[in-house]
Design a protein around this ligand. Structure first.
Ligand code: SAJ
Length: 418
């Protein structure tokens, strides 16, 4: 098959290379000329475990370009960001990619939308554009939605091994897509209609968001009762049908903090989902309130934020709760210094550890990087002006920090600051 993949980002590029590595001829298309040039010079535009090796295997069957060529299959894997003002999907890129595809469509071709989209996007937006040339979807050419489910950091493994949901606009579209993806997918492939597939992808992430919000609300309630939420959750999860998630400083990333809005944007329901978004989005406010209690006697305190990645052990700071925390803290007159050994690009200067903790009054752990567990509180304490630490992810060895003279507060531990 000749496959054209539109959008060579975190999902599009690995997808294109997986198809190429199984013998298909793949042309990757991106509007970013710099990225295209880089790929044609055999360099990768970003890092992901296993991507180098995959590129090596796929190279003979892969080229990149800025123009959509004729092909048997078109896969659209462009971003669908959130429009912040309206809390709805920005479908500009899906539209422009489809506009690039229709002039190239021939009878018998297949178009697959991989991008995460609100329900009915395939039916109401994609198909009308693709039919502009006079060919009829479902008869002259085929269309399906095949959302990715891979987690950053394990993208390639999960693309191959996770189960897939494929939603066709008719049975033939779904079956053709299944046959195609079977060339590298080892997980089960389940077929449904396009709108259901769109919905399924979104509700998976909504499930996570709502459950994290529940954990965050319970952490705040436990705090009021003087109960340690971490112990309580561990015990509750001994129940065979309970799986409470972890509380923390909030939810970031390009999926879980966004997809729930796509579920409710076209619905008159969605109170629980919107409230969950609100709870998770305002966790940085709660963390700041608790930090303020900790350092209330210090005038113009300096706090050190540990971690700006949206989750532990990754270098990705998109939608990170740390940014909100920092802005709120600055508004309160705090001096904020930031340390994250993984993240390269951020809105605030990223300092080295020593600079970040020097003369600081309080350390605030926002991201659960494993590396923070190995910090030496004795050494750190010596550099600080006051020894306070707020652990929003419950990852530090608190006994050790207390022994080094720190006052330690853990989110939702139900204790006075000890
Ligand atoms: N978090 C908590 N408490 C928890 C779990 C996570 O506060 O108990 C926070 C994390 O710190 C992070 C955020 O939630 O800020 C999301 O992290 P994550 O690891 O749960 O998810 P993502 O965004 O990296 O990837 C998700 C995955 N979806 C699900 O697990 C349902 C992945 O499978 C999807 O493919 C991906 O979104 C996507 O592309 O939609």
């Amino acid at each position: 098959m000749k496959i054209s993949v539109l959008g060579l980002g975190y999902i599009g590029l690995p997808t294109a290379l997986l198809f190429a590595s199984t013998g298909h001829k793949v042309v990757g298309v991106d509007i970013d000329k710099r990225k295209v040039d880089l790929l044609n010079r055999e360099k990768l535009p970003f890092q992901e475990p296993g991507l180098e090796e995959l590129f090596e295997k796929a190279r003979a069957n892969f080229t990149a370009t800025t123009e959509v060529p004729e092909a048997d299959v078109f896969i659209i894997a462009v971003p669908t960001p959130l429009k912040v003002e309206t809390k709805s999907a920005d479908l500009t890129y899906v539209k422009s990619a489809s506009e690039m595809v229709w002039p190239r469509l021939r009878k018998g071709d297949l178009v697959v939308l991989e991008s995460t989209v609100p329900p009915r996007t395939t039916e109401n937006l994609l198909i009308p554009i693709l039919e502009k040339g006079g060919l009829k979807a479902g008869e002259d050419f085929y269309v399906a939605h095949c959302p990715e489910r891979a987690i950053p950091g394990k993208t390639i493994y999960e693309m191959i091994h996770n189960d897939r949901i494929i939603g066709g606009i008719n049975r033939k579209s779904a079956e053709l897509t299944k046959e195609l993806y079977s060339s590298f997918v080892k997980g089960n492939i389940y077929l449904t209609d396009a709108t259901t597939a769109e919905f399924v992808k979104l509700i998976e992430n909504t499930y996570r968001d709502v459950n994290i919000a529940l954990a965050n609300e319970l952490a705040q309630i436990a705090e009021e009762y003087g109960i340690n939420i971490w112990e309580a959750i561990e015990l509750a999860n001994k129940h065979p049908r309970v799986n409470l998630h972890k509380p923390g400083s909030g939810v970031g990333g390009h999926c879980i903090a966004i997809d729930p809005w796509f579920v409710i944007q076209g619905s008159s329901n969605g109170k629980l989902i919107a409230t969950s978004r609100y709870i998770n989005d305002t966790m940085p406010n709660y963390v700041l309130r608790k930090v303020k209690e900790l350092v209330e006697h210090i005038k113009f305190p300096t706090v050190t934020v540990l971690g700006v990645a949206y989750k532990g052990n990754v270098d990705d700071a998109r939608e990170t709760p740390s940014l909100r925390f920092i802005k709120l803290a600055e508004n309160e007159g705090f001096n904020v210094k930031v340390y994250d050994p993984y993240v390269r690009e951020f809105d605030y200067p990223l300092l080295d550890l020593e600079e970040a903790i020097k003369d600081s009054d309080c350390i605030v752990v926002i991201t659960d990087h494993d590396i923070f567990k190995f910090l030496d509180p004795k050494k750190i304490g010596k550099l600080m002006r006051h020894r306070y630490v707020f652990d929003s992810r419950n990852i530090l060895d608190h006994g050790r920090w207390r022994k080094a003279g720190f006052k330690v507060k853990v989110l939702g531990d139900g204790k006075e600051n000890v």
